[in-house]
Design a protein around this ligand. Structure first.
Ligand SMILES: [Fe+2]
Length: 339
């Protein structure tokens, strides 16, 4: 079990980057949305086309290949877990965090590169991780560092061909965007409900089954000629079909906290009975669906996920619009992390 999630929450104030109006503020007045008004709030059109449906035989075959090649689950990067643990320690200083990141030179370079894209370009460049922590704060550096460290989960030992590589990058950007937005939404909610690090980890790993499914596909059908012809939408539909089952197996193998495993298992279940972890499940589902509405072909099911989770979380119109804007802002940061 990852130990930091077992600890009591430490009081924290939202960083200045969080722009979602606080719950209880005048802008948070709840307007019960429906599918039509969700589309209106987000300035999107409800789709008319039917979504891509996965090939059932191919999905069954992929699941059986996954069972036979379970090493493809991989290991959870230790540095990512330790960075997130450190974030929750009140006595963590910039030097301690910099020391941990310095263990991995590639991670150090990546953190510095990203830090220099998110700090004010008018000021001096960030040249050390310690300085990055001082400028961006422990929370942001730990999130950036852990997301970067988790990138290995989206890579394959087998060379991915171009279509799969593009999909792996897309999945990483989606997971990172969802994690950052979920964490920001959790921070904007009344204290004591969902801790930001729970929402972050849940978001980062909610769709990890898709990345693992892609690796299984690459390792079993490595060559383009061995693969059935698939468009990117068909490939996405296939991975979506198998991702919850594969993700649940990975969460169990990694012995992740119950909240993250619940997010993975339940983020597509409609009208699930309320449980201790419902709030974090809805936070992640909402952020994930908002990102997918902007990046994948829109489906009615996705709008329905936004509708149900926005209702559950009692988000107002302005809050939902602000969250949508945050999701797009975090997409830019996640894209930077992916490059
Ligand atoms: Fe999903």
């Amino acid at each position: 079990m990852v130990a930091w999630l077992e600890r009591k929450p430490t009081p924290s104030s939202p960083p200045s980057s969080v722009r979602i109006p606080a719950f209880g503020s005048p802008e948070s007045e709840y307007l019960a949305p429906g599918l039509g008004s969700i589309a209106d709030i987000l300035q999107l059109k409800l789709p008319e086309q039917k979504p891509e449906v996965a090939d059932g035989d191919l999905a069954a075959w992929l699941l059986s290949e996954f069972s036979a090649t379970s090493p493809e689950i991989g290991t959870l990067p230790d540095v990512a877990v330790r960075l997130l643990e450190m974030e929750n320690k009140p006595d963590t200083g910039p030097a301690e965090m910099a020391e941990l990141i310095a263990i991995d030179p590639a991670l150090t370079i990546a953190v510095l590169r990203v830090a220099n894209t998110v700090v004010n370009r008018a000021t001096n460049r960030v040249t050390s991780v310690k300085e990055a922590v001082a400028r961006l704060g422990i929370r942001q550096v730990s999130r950036i560092g852990s997301a970067l460290a988790m990138k290995t989960l989206f890579e394959s030992r087998n060379a991915l061909h171009a279509d799969d590589r593009a999909m792996a990058i897309e999945l990483f950007i989606h997971s990172t965007t969802t994690a950052l937005a979920s964490s920001a939404l959790a921070l904007s909610m009344p204290t004591g409900k969902v801790r930001a690090e729970q929402a972050f980890l849940g978001g980062l790993l909610h769709d990890v089954g898709m990345a693992i499914g892609l690796r299984v596909l690459a390792s079993t059908l490595g060559t383009k000629s061995a693969r059935p012809e698939m468009t990117q939408d068909e490939l996405y539909a296939l991975l979506e079909e198998v991702h919850v089952e594969i993700g649940a197996a990975a969460h169990s193998a990694w012995n992740l906290p119950e909240s993250a495993s619940k997010v993975c298992a339940e983020h597509h279940i409609r009208d699930a009975p309320a449980s201790e972890h419902s709030q974090v499940v809805h936070i992640v589902r909402l952020c994930s669906a908002l990102h997918l509405l902007r990046t994948r072909p829109m489906t009615i099911a996705r709008f329905a996920e936004v509708d149900e989770s926005a209702r559950f979380l009692k988000l107002g119109r302005v809050q939902l619009q602000a969250l949508d804007t945050e999701v797009r802002r975090f997409t830019s940061l996640a894209t930077e992390l992916a490059s």
